[in-house]
Structure formats: C-alpha cells, structure tokens
Design a protein around this ligand. Structure first.
Ligand code: COA
Length: 260
C-alpha cells in the first residue's frame, strides 16, 4: 500500500499510524482521510495486529483540524457531503473497528483533530497538547461527530462551553474532564501508549472486539446496549479464545490467544 500523508510503523502486535503533513499541522484533507481509511482497514484485517496507536507527525500538532483551504469555497451541498463521507470513511469507521485504537495526542488537536481523537477508543496526551473545537469561529459547526462525541465524553455543559466559545483547553483541564486518560512528556508519549497497548494485546482479541461493539451500542440510538451485551456475552462462549482463557486460568498459566 502506497501512502503519501500517512506513515505506518509495525512492531509485533502493535501498529503506529502517523498523520504526516507537518507543514500543515497534519490538517485532514480528503486525500489524508482516504489514506487513513485504507491504513486502518488493512491493519484491522491483519490478524497479527492487536492494537493501533494514532499520532501526528512533528512535535507541534496531533491534527489541527479539517483542511480549511480545501473546503473554504464549498456550497451547502458539498459541505454536507464532506461531513457525511468523512464520518463514514474515517470517524465512525475508526470507532467501530474491531482493533482498539489509542490516540496519542502529541500537540494541537483541534476541530477534526479532536474529533478524530474522540473517535479513537481512548486518548493519552503529552503536556504540550491543546484541545478544542474552534469551528464556530469559522462560521461552521463540528461536522465529524464532535457535537455528539464531546458531550458523551465530558458531559453536555462542558461540551457546550467548549463548542460555543471555540476555545482550547490544556491537558490539565482535559484530564479533569476525562477527555484524555493520561498525560505524559512528549518524549514518553508513544512508549507510554505502547505499554498500555501491550496490556491490551495480551487479552482475547475476540472478546475485545465484542466489548468495543457492546460499549459503542450504548451510544447508538438505533441499538439496545444491554441486548447487544447479552448477545455478545453469549457468543464469547462459542469461541476458542474463551476455551483458551478459561483453561489457562484453571491450569494456572498465562493465556495464549491466537489472532482474531
Ligand atoms: N487547515 C489548513 N491548514 C492549516 C490548518 C487547517 N486546519 N491548521 C494549520 N494549517 C496550516 C497553516 O495555514 C500554515 O500553513 P502555511 O505555512 O502554508 O501558511 C501551517 O499549517 C502552520 O500553521 P500556523 O497557523 O502558521 O501555525 P501557528 O503556530 O501560528 O498556529 C494554530 C497554530 C493551530 C493555532 C493555527 O494553525 C490554527 O488556528 N489552525 C486552524 C485550527 C482550526 O480552526 N481547526 C478547525 C478547522 S474546522
């Protein structure tokens, strides 16, 4: 796979995906969104890959938003399509992958950048990160799921304040809000994420994919989260991973799960 704006680095069961447009603070143009879709699809299809870490190139930005230059002269119809296609191709797509994705937020995560971090399964940030949804300062609203995922993560009042002021918050605030789970130095960020990722990688990949599905179902109005959980719980009993996990416990050894 030949990618221009996305770097892939694979190390055992872990993959690091880096958005690589540092001269534009890793802003998401259409080409980058398509490449990210391709990269995530191929990693999710790869049974050896257990966890994906997503970060931005350079020390300044995770992703500074959708590429403003690209949509500045769009019509209403084009704007609607941009939002719909982006949500389908990247944001909802990442959230619903069977492989967990950790956002390593290494700098500005603004607009589409924060929306992308929020579509990941959880977030770790470096001290220099600044997070916000500045869209209303540009005369638009968040269009890649920000009006939905930010209230889910931080609560309606805090989300409203962030969206309506268009302001940025620092990592102390983001940690306090539960928007990021951990804060590290910039040098340690990826290693810190890899440590968490390796813990995840030792667990059953099938159970992990069912867990992601069940948690997400609770935030989807078309689904019943409890019913999804019941079905997924039952389905686990028919898997080799369940046999291996329970046998390993009884035999007082570490479980060795095959790929999903
Ligand atoms: N879309 C397109 N280009 C962007 C961008 C975006 N979202 N964010 C940054 N860039 C570009 C800048 O235009 C500049 O390009 P240039 O050198 O060709 O002029 C380059 O990245 C560096 O950014 P710059 O603004 O010079 O850096 P800074 O340190 O002065 O400011 C930010 C950093 C993040 C505060 C500022 O770039 C910014 O406000 N970006 C837009 C954030 C935003 O509104 N995102 C939501 C979009 S819906």
């Amino acid at each position: 796979m030949k990618l221009k704006n996305v770097l892939l680095d694979i190390e055992g069961p872990l993959a690091v995906v880096t958005v690589n447009r540092p001269e534009k603070l890793n802003a998401l143009n259409k080409e980058t969104i398509t490449e990210l879709h391709q990269a995530f699809q191929s990693l999710d299809d790869d049974n050896e890959i257990r966890v994906i870490i997503l970060t931005g190139s350079g020390q300044k930005a995770f992703v500074a938003g959708a590429d403003i230059a690209e949509f500045a002269d769009y019509t209403a119809r084009e704007g609607k399509r941009l939002s719909k296609e982006g949500q389908e191709k990247l944001f909802n797509f990442v959230e619903n992958l069977k492989t967990p994705v950790i956002a390593a937020v290494n700098g500005f995560a603004l607009g589409g950048g924060l929306e992308l971090a929020m579509a990941c399964h959880f977030r770790v940030a470096s001290h220099n990160a600044r997070l916000g949804l500045p869209e209303v300062s540009l005369g638009v609203i968040p269009g890649y799921g920000g009006t939905q995922r930010l209230p889910q993560l931080v609560g309606k009042g805090r989300a409203m304040e962030m969206i309506l002021t268009a302001g940025m918050i620092d990592v102390d605030r983001a940690l306090d809000f539960g928007l990021v789970n951990h804060v590290t130095s910039i040098e340690e960020l990826i290693e810190y994420c890899k440590k968490i990722a390796l813990k995840i990688a030792s667990n059953s990949p099938i159970a992990i994919s069912y867990a992601i599905n069940a948690v997400n179902a609770g935030f989807n109005y078309d689904q019943d989260g409890f019913q999804t959980e019941i079905k997924a719980f039952g389905a686990c009993f028919a898997t080799e991973d369940f046999e291996e996990g329970t046998s390993a416990f009884m035999e007082k050894r570490k479980a060795d799960f095959p790929g999903h």
